[in-house]
Design a protein around this ligand. Structure first.
Ligand code: ADP
Ligand code: MG
Length: 321
């Protein structure tokens, strides 16, 4: 199978919304009147972001999910995406699984695959997403104000940190029984982008970021962009039953600096709590208040009794030693 057969077979479903999809030199997409384009790009590299053994359908899902999560964090509605794919070889089963996983999530969010590029090379998946948001309505990292409450989204009955828990189990630093391992592995391999929540938080949240590199690290980005600080109640960060069964140090590591969560971390005026809860309900997710935005810069971490905790965390950084 050659490059063009491969594209025609796996990545060329007809588009409905886009004026022109794959096949020409460019795709054509028109945002609605008065809308701004929201654009984001995320790359997944074998060995760094995923293992070669990952189920290809889950990889297709995750490659798009991490991008949709960025649109969610801006309160943007997905429109279209492009896929740049480097493949070591043409493996029909792998491609069928990968494209199924990608299209299933794309269809669920009305995000059409309109083009891309395909080349031989070490396995690498790079997706760019395009969304739309009414002019001036995007949720930014820079809008948090002293007095706002700090919230994090999560699955109802679930929490933050399961992806890291799965990673630690794969690394062999801790052991999980089969059912628990499968559940947290799903969190790592099949994150659910909080697109509906991002849309529902327009006009409610003052600032937002998605948690991809660890809650405290991503919070630091939001605080710096907003020129504020925060106190976070470490033990208020919600966690799954699987994570809650681990020692407290593991719970804190996974919830606070885990990474790969793709939850929304956001601030909202203190009196907006009922509107935040209504937005989460409407989106079919949960949101928990985990702290407060303060004028004093920096990040202060406390336990349930409000005693300071040593901030022994670090955010993920690809180039850190
Ligand atoms: P060009 O050389 O003009 O950039 P290509 O030959 O690379 O075009 O691609 C041909 C068409 O197939 C283009 O419309 C491109 O967007 C589309 N395409 C290539 N790879 C992919 C892919 N992985 N997924 C979706 N569309 C793709
Ligand atoms: Mg090309």
């Amino acid at each position: 199978m050659g490059e063009f057969d491969l594209i025609a077979r796996y990545f060329n479903r007809p588009t409905r919304r886009a004026a022109l999809g794959p096949g020409d030199d460019c795709a054509l997409v028109a945002p609605g009147a008065g809308q701004q384009l929201a654009i984001s790009c995320d790359m997944l590299v074998e060995g760094r972001h995923f293992l070669s053994t990952v189920d290809p359908a889950r990889l297709g899902h995750k490659a798009l999910a991490v991008n949709l999560s960025d649109l969610a964090a801006c309160g943007a509605r997905p429109l279209a995406c492009t896929l740049a794919l480097a493949l070591p070889r043409v493996d029909a089963d792998w491609l069928a699984g990968f494209s199924e996983g990608l299209y299933a999530l794309a269809d669920a969010h009305g995000c059409e695959l309109v083009g891309g590029d395909t080349t031989a090379g070490p396995l690498n998946v790079c997706i760019t997403v395009f969304g739309e948001v009414p002019g001036g309505a995007a949720l930014l990292r820079s809008g948090a104000r002293a007095g706002d409450a700090l919230w994090v989204s999560h699955a109802p009955g679930g929490g933050v940190g399961d992806a890291r828990l799965a990673l630690e189990a794969f690394r062999g630093t801790l052991a999980l029984e089969g059912g628990a391992l499968e559940r947290v592995r799903r969190a790592m391999e099949c994150p659910q982008p909080r697109v509906a929540l991002g849309l529902a938080l327009r006009g409610v949240a003052s600032a937002a970021v998605d948690v991809s590199d660890g809650l405290l690290g991503d919070l630091t980005h939001l605080l710096r962009r907003s020129g504020v600080g925060a106190t976070v109640d470490a033990d208020a960060v919600p966690r799954s039953l699987e994570l809650a069964a681990q020692p407290l140090a593991v719970q804190r590591l996974c919830t606070l600096s885990g990474g790969d969560d793709y939850e929304l971390l956001f601030s909202a005026p203190a009196d907006a709590a009922p509107r935040v809860e209504a937005a989460a309900r409407a989106a079919g997710v949960a949101a928990t208040r985990i702290g407060a935005i303060e004028a004093e810069p920096g990040l202060r971490l406390v336990d349930a009794a409000h005693r300071p905790i040593e901030p022994a965390w670090s955010s993920f950084d690809h180039f850190a030693a």
